[in-house]
Design a protein around this ligand. Structure first.
Ligand code: SF4
Length: 385
């Protein structure tokens, strides 16, 4: 008797390779707490690469807005970058960022896809930070080799997108043109998610969004995103002079979100100014609640903890977004592990290098401590859950 062949189930075109452990609240290799737990010290496991300074948008809160340009400088040789990545002993993740990384098709074909293929060949997880407002074809070239498509989403309608997304463009952008981009972004997010790609939408809590974050969350869920990342906005670059929200407003926004969120979607909170050692009992109870929420994680900030940023044009290596810290080395002369080790010994990093294992916390990042805790010595504090 002949065996009847079983029907084959079509594999989603952008699904991770067979056998790769899915990204989930219990598997987030970007969180520096894991390497800290494993090695007993911070270790470089993540490299972010700036692959462009071009962008079709000029968002009012852009954290790299001051570095955006109208023309692109030549890239460093890709071989040198790959060699520097090869040397990172514990590399687990890379993130590609800009600007809008897909702005030029040449960058997609000659830089982004080779870097992603390299990551796949080493079993390294990858993330691309994109506004996904350009032609779907570009994202389709990238998606088969990518783990996380990370997008920004801070809107409740096309009108918001127009106001926020072109605030710093220095020229007027018509509502029609911006509506088309908005619709394409929503459409691209749906198509990529449908194709099996992990799409993570990030919103920031700021003066525009803190009382609308629940509506933003609903739209993100409707787009089919697998994760909603929520971070406070910090005053760097274009955002430096925007109005700030207080810690209390931020806490209320997060509590509101917890009441109304869709618990089927992973929620990742990051760079929060709330810690288990807080002197404020409301903040401590929020921290406790966050620890027990289903399908929700609070990620420790990777900057300077397990990650450095490499500028693919100058070769400069940055250890944090914090403006007071200039480039800390250059890939032309130094190995990334060596630059990272120098930073670990620096007084600024040491000043916020606390760790309370019982709270799975490794302290505030420099932007958080500068904005909300200027006179606090975290090394003297302890979690009190
Ligand atoms: S690790 Fe630092 S910030 Fe976190 S709870 Fe402990 S003392 Fe506070």
């Amino acid at each position: 008797m002949h065996a009847i062949p079983l029907p084959t189930v079509a594999r989603a075109p952008f699904a991770a390779p067979d056998g790769w452990k899915p990204l989930s609240p219990t598997n987030d290799p970007w969180d520096p707490i894991h390497s800290l737990q494993r090695f007993g010290r911070h270790a470089l496991t993540s490299v972010e690469l700036t692959v462009t300074h071009l962008c079709n948008m000029r968002c009012e809160h852009c954290a790299v807005g001051d570095s955006l340009t109208m023309t692109e400088a030549p890239f460093m040789p890709l071989d040198l970058i790959l060699r520097r990545l090869d040397e990172v002993e514990h590399l687990e993740t890379i993130s590609l960022t800009g600007g809008e990384p897909t702005f030029r098709l040449e960058t997609v074909k000659e830089v982004i896809v080779p870097l992603l293929k390299y990551a796949r060949s080493r079993g390294i997880r990858s993330q691309l930070n994109s506004n996904i407002t350009l032609d779907y074809d570009r994202y389709e070239l990238i998606a088969p080799f990518l783990d996380v498509m990370h997008i920004s989403f801070n809107y409740t309608e096309a009108e918001d997108f127009h106001r926020v997304g072109f605030a710093r463009s220095g020229r007027s952008v018509s509502r029609n043109a911006s509506s088309r981009l908005y619709e394409r972004m929503v459409d691209n997010a749906r198509k990529l998610s449908d194709g099996g790609l992990f799409v993570s939408a990030e919103s920031m809590i700021n003066f525009h969004t803190y009382n609308r974050i629940t509506d933003i969350h609903r739209l993100i869920v409707e787009m089919g995103c697998q994760r909603h990342e929520v971070h406070p906005m910090y005053p760097s670059s274009f955002a430096a002079n925007l109005p700030r929200v207080t810690r209390e407003q931020m806490r209320e926004a997060i509590e509101e979100l917890l009441e109304h969120r869709n618990k089927d979607v992973w929620m990742l909170l990051g760079t929060l100014p709330f810690f288990a050692c807080s002197a404020d009992s409301d903040e401590r109870s929020l921290v406790r609640r966050l620890r027990s929420e289903p399908n929700l994680t609070v990620r420790n900030d990777p900057d300077g903890r397990n990650r450095v940023n490499v500028n693919m044009f100058s070769g400069d290596v940055y250890v944090t977004d914090f403006a007071a810290v200039p480039p800390f080395g250059n890939v032309k002369e130094e190995r990334l592990d060596d630059v990272f080790a120098k930073w670990q010994a620096h007084p600024m990093q040491k000043a916020v290098n606390c760790h309370c294992p019982e709270a799975a916390c490794c302290g505030p990042n420099l932007l958080v401590s500068d904005m909300y805790y200027k006179d606090v010595d975290f090394l003297q504090r302890k979690a009190a859950l």
